[in-house]
Design a binder for this molecule. Structure first.
Ligand SMILES: [Zn+2]
Length: 242
């Protein structure tokens, strides 16, 4: 293939733009802010789950408290009733004795039930403070997540605008390169880590960084200017600049 040297040289600028595009793509998929956003979002979801569980636990304990309060109330009602009966002095002495005995057991039962009630209240306090801590953590994570989302979106849109400009420059440049040469460059680029054309600097191919022997170098240098030269090692298009 024969293409004027100045057009061959355009491949180097095209190569630079293509490498830039690869780098932009790499940056876009590896944004630290996106990674941080994902991590914070995950942490927030797990804290929210814990908060839901803590609230459910609190509701359950509150039901337990209501039951315990009812139990105490029932005993208190019976105590009141028995005390009134005793105070009235009505009934056979045997019955009154029975009531007195019952009052003793009821007082004991009341103390036990009030202890249960107190224990439940202590448990509610524990869950309450856990809920408060989790709510604070969720708020802080939400704030962090919002900030990171803004940061990530701004960075993505900046990269997109750079990518758009680079792509436009690339299209313009590609349109003034010989189509056969361009097709060859594209074919090599796909199979050679995105690099289709490289400079020949002294005796080194800057595509694979291998050096050519002096006989090969003499042969390459003696070829006409418009001859397309390929690296013997990596098969990339070699651009001679001297
Ligand atoms: Zn090479």
């Amino acid at each position: 293939m024969k293409v004027a040297r100045e057009i061959q040289e355009r491949l180097l600028a095209l190569q630079q733009l293509d490498s830039d595009l690869i780098q932009i793509e790499h940056k876009a998929v590896n944004l630290p802010s996106a990674k941080q956003f994902d991590e914070v979002t995950k942490e927030l979801a797990s804290k929210r789950d814990l908060l839901v569980a803590a609230n459910t636990e609190r509701d359950d304990i509150k039901h337990e408290l209501t039951r315990a309060e009812n139990d105490v109330e029932q005993v208190v009602t019976r105590i009141d009733r028995d005390e009134k009966r005793l105070a009235s002095g009505q009934g056979a002495p045997k019955d009154l004795e029975k009531i007195q005995h019952e009052l003793g057991s009821l007082a004991k039962r009341r103390t036990e039930l009030e202890e249960v009630e107190l224990e439940i209240m202590v448990r509610i306090e524990g869950v309450d403070s856990r809920v408060k801590v989790l709510e604070g953590q969720c708020r802080a994570l939400e704030e962090q997540s919002n900030e990171l989302k803004l940061k990530r979106d701004a960075e993505i849109s900046e990269l997109e605008s750079i990518k758009k400009n680079t792509s436009e420059s690339r299209s313009k440049l590609a349109s003034i390169i010989d189509s056969e040469l361009l097709a060859l460059y594209e074919k090599i680029r796909v199979n050679s880590d995105g690099v289709g054309a490289a400079k020949l600097e002294a005796n080194q191919c800057l595509g694979c960084h291998l050096t050519m022997n002096s006989a090969e170098l003499v042969r390459v240098k003696s070829l006409p200017d418009d001859e397309i030269v390929r690296c013997e090692e990596c098969r990339r298009i070699l651009i001679r600049l001297d």
